[in-house]
Structures are given as C-alpha cells and as structure tokens.
Design a protein around this ligand. Structure first.
Ligand code: COA
Length: 437
C-alpha cells in the first residue's frame, strides 16, 4: 500500500524546475477557481521571455490572471470558458479569447481530445496513508484534464482543505511542488434591501425538503438569508459558499430528503471564506464530484423538488435570458446556468428560478426589455425558462403564450419602465398593413 513513498521523493522538484515542462505552443490548463496553484502559475509567468504562444485555459479565475496582462501577449494567449474582472479586460483588449461551452461539457472537450491538454497545473492536498491526495476545492473539469494531460504538475498545499469524493493518487502526478500558499477567499457580497426583497420572493418558491442549486453573488446569497424558516433542504449544486454553512449549522439544510445522495452535500467546486473551508475540511458529508456528474441535467433531474437559483443581466419579453453579455461585450459565461435550468425542468416538482434586479445603472436601464441588446447572446432560451423573479414579484413563464409572458414580465419590471415596455409591444404605425389600416 505504501509503495508510493519510494517514488514520491523522485517527483519532488521546485516550481521553476517543474515548469521547464512547458514548451512554446503548448496548451496549459489551470486548476479551476480556488484550485489554481499560485506558485506554479507564477513560475510559468516567470518563463515568459523564453516562451511563445502558450495557450492558458481555465474557467472561473480567482487569481490576478497576470498571464493576461499587457506585454505578455507574445508568450501567453488566454482562452477562458467564463470571464471575471481581470480576464474580461484581457479579452476586451484582445489579449485573450472566450470559448462558449456548458460547464457540464467542458470535461468532454479534454477527454475527447477536442482540446488536447499538454500540461495540467493543479493544487492538491498532501497524500493520505495510501498515497491519495484530495482535489481540495475543485473537482469540476480539473479531474478530466488531469486524466489526459501529457504532464501533470501539482502544487501540494497543506493549507488546502481535504474534501471527500473524488481524489487523485500520487502515481498520476508527473511532478510535485511542495509549497504552502494561502487559499483565495471570496468575501460574501453585501445584500441590501433590494436583494432581500428578491430573496423573499425566491424563498416563497422553495418548499420544505427541496434540493437546491445556487449560483454565485448577491442574489443567491440573499435567497439563502430568506430560507431560515425552511426544513430539510438539500444541496446538489455546482458550487456553494458561506451562506450554506450558516443554514447547515442552523439545521435548515440536512440533505435528509434528497432523492439522490441523501445526507450529502454534492458539489463540484467551493468558494468562500475560512468559515466554508473549515466546514468542508475532512467533512465526510461534503462530496466533491466532477462537473460532468453534478451538472448533468439527467442527474440533476433525478432529484424531486430540484430548485435552481441563478441570476441574469437582462430578460426579454419572450423570456430569453442573457446572463453573460453586456451588449456585444462578453461579461461572464454560461457556467452551469443552463445545465441546472434544464435539470430542474426535468425534476418532479422542480423549478428553475432566474432572479435579477429590475434595473441596472442606478435605475437608468430596465433589465426586463423588449429585445436583448444588439450583439448579446441568449444564455437560457425561452423554451427552457421557468420562473423569473425581480424585487417586484414572480413571473411564471412555463406553458405561457408570448402575450402572457410579456404581460407577466411587465408586471415585475420597474414601474418606471412598464409603460414603455407596453408601448414596445404595440405594432409600430409604419409597419401596419396598409389594407388593414
Ligand atoms: N445593461 C447594462 N449594464 C448592466 C445590465 C444591463 N442589462 N445588467 C447589469 N449591468 C451592469 C450592472 O449595473 C453592474 O455594473 P456595476 O458593477 O458597474 O454596478 C454589472 O453589470 C454587473 O451586474 P450584476 O447584476 O451586479 O452582476 P452579478 O455580479 O450579480 O452577476 C451575472 C450576474 C448574471 C453576470 C452572473 O450571475 C453570471 O455570470 N451568471 C451566468 C453563469 C451562471 O448563472 N452560473 C450559475 C452557477 S455559478
């Protein structure tokens, strides 16, 4: 059982030595979100003068993304499945690009060699007695890319929480860099009155015993704050954060009534503060699973009363949801939104909820709009959408005609915009048929 100890020391190298494995033209995949190994990424950036045209691929980026900073374009080309603040700017300034893909399908791109992986950089915990390391906070595509990469370099970080579920044996690692680094923390967003009102509406749609998926940000956080009076909720989610820990400690989340994996929090990545990391560390009830399991609509749909809670940037009057673009500028990505909307749509008693403030830009723009902005993408289609929630109420669009949808959505738009939305629905006189006029 302990055979791994003999090879362990032969794999131990410095970050600088390990990163010699990267060659010009390679595709390098980074561990996802908090699974990104800071010491390895820095050592890669330090090699910039020697490298050209190295493609760097990830999804949520929690580090500073210095590989995408101005001046390094010759060495590194960023390719993201989801954009955040630093990578968004890099893509807008053409130092990087964006690949649309459902989160559930990212592992397939690697496993089926659609995007062959040369080098995988990830973080793992120190091994257990049998030589198995935990992936810590990121299972998602990290496991799939690790399985097919020609070279696998792991930062072995004792600060990384050890989670249950998938794990990796030392035999699968090419090089090991022992280095302690602090784990990036995601500070919870502040929820104001508006978010609380949205949270109350969302909570009214959640029955006792429901299984929840929650996206990132103020709206899902506000929804959690409004769920304190519920019973026996469960978690099957792409990710969760500190708010879930509070409800677990309060006895609201028990996972007892989950149809699949009862008793377990099932998740593919975790982001939060030390409170979350202490909760998941060595907790046998928290299971990290790959994203092609957690986000598979067929798996999600097997949970009775599956409720997905996600946000959006705008919704048009037919129910098309844009959650990823501001005009023609890529803002984020689809992530797991459609995976969970479709999964909840198959679930007995399931509901998918898109919750958003009714306006943006300090009230100047209505997020309920006649048409999506020119250049914007449809993230969740009008065929998939179910509930849309703003601070003004709930619109249930499923099975509704175009006219009924428009009416329901105008009723939850900000009152200042309702008249102009109604006007936009009327045929323009210039377009009226001459024979009917
Ligand atoms: N037109 C112009 N600007 C808009 C806008 C619109 N229709 N809607 C929002 N904005 C602006 C906001 O004013 C805000 O600007 P500010 O930062 O200057 O205040 C900015 O865009 C971000 O909007 P906000 O609503 O605060 O975004 P968020 O951080 O709550 O994220 C999504 C919302 C939709 C971008 C995010 O949830 C997402 O990326 N979703 C897709 C993926 C997903 O759902 N995954 C699910 C599992 S994690």
């Amino acid at each position: 059982m302990n055979h791994w100890r003999s090879t362990y020391s032969s794999k131990l190298v410095s970050a600088q030595q390990a990163l010699q494995a990267v060659h010009s033209g390679d595709r390098v995949v980074l561990g996802h979100a908090c699974g990104e190994p800071p010491a390895l990424v820095q050592a890669l950036i330090d090699r910039a003068p020697e490298l050209t045209n190295v493609e760097i691929v990830n999804l949520v980026n929690m580090g500073p993304a210095d590989f995408a900073r101005p001046g390094l374009e010759r060495s590194f080309r960023y390719n993201g499945f989801f954009l955040g603040a630093p990578t968004r700017q890099a893509v807008a300034e053409r130092r990087g690009t964006f690949t649309p893909c459902f989160f559930s399908e990212v592992p397939r791109l690697f496993k089926h060699n659609i995007l062959p992986v040369d080098v995988m950089l990830l973080q793992v915990t120190p091994p257990d007695a049998d030589g198995f390391c935990s992936y810590g906070l990121s299972g998602d595509y990290t496991q799939a890319a690790t399985g097919v990469a020609k070279v696998v370099i792991a930062q072995m970080n004792p600060s990384l929480p050890r989670t249950s579920g998938i794990r990796i044996h030392l035999d699968a690692l090419t090089w090991i860099v022992e280095q302690d680094s602090p784990i990036v923390e995601l500070v919870p967003t502040r929820c104001g009155d508006l978010e609380h009102r949205i949270g109350e509406h969302v909570a009214s749609l959640v029955p006792d015993g429901a299984t929840l998926q929650l996206g990132i940000g103020a709206i899902p956080d506000a929804a959690l704050l409004s769920l304190g009076h519920k019973r026996d909720l469960g978690i099957h989610s792409e990710m969760f954060s500190d708010g879930v820990v509070d409800l677990a400690h309060a006895g609201v989340i028990t996972n007892r009534r989950k149809t699949l994996n009862p008793g377990k929090f099932v998740v593919t990545f975790l982001m939060g503060t030390r409170k979350l990391y202490d909760f998941v560390h060595n907790n046998p009830d928290v299971e990290l699973q790959p994203v092609d399991y957690t986000n598979d609509p067929c798996v999600i749909g097997q949970h009775d009363n599956m409720i997905s809670i996600n946000s959006a940037l705008q919704v048009d009057l037919t129910g098309q949801v844009n959650a990823e673009m501001i005009g023609s500028r890529q803002f984020s990505g689809v992530g797991g939104q459609v995976d969970f909307v479709r999964g909840a749509g198959r679930s007995v008693g399931g509901k998918s909820i898109i919750a958003l403030p009714s306006t943006a830009a300090r009230g100047a723009i209505s997020r309920i709009c006649p048409h999506l902005d020119e250049g914007a993408a449809v993230t969740t289609s009008r065929n998939d959408v179910h509930y849309v929630v703003t601070e003004y109420g709930i619109a249930n669009l499923r099975g509704k005609t175009l006219e009924q949808r428009a009416e329901a959505l105008i009723a939850i738009a900000h009152p200042d915009f309702r008249d102009s939305l109604r006007d936009a629905l009327r045929p323009h006189p210039a377009h009226a048929c001459a024979t009917c006029a």
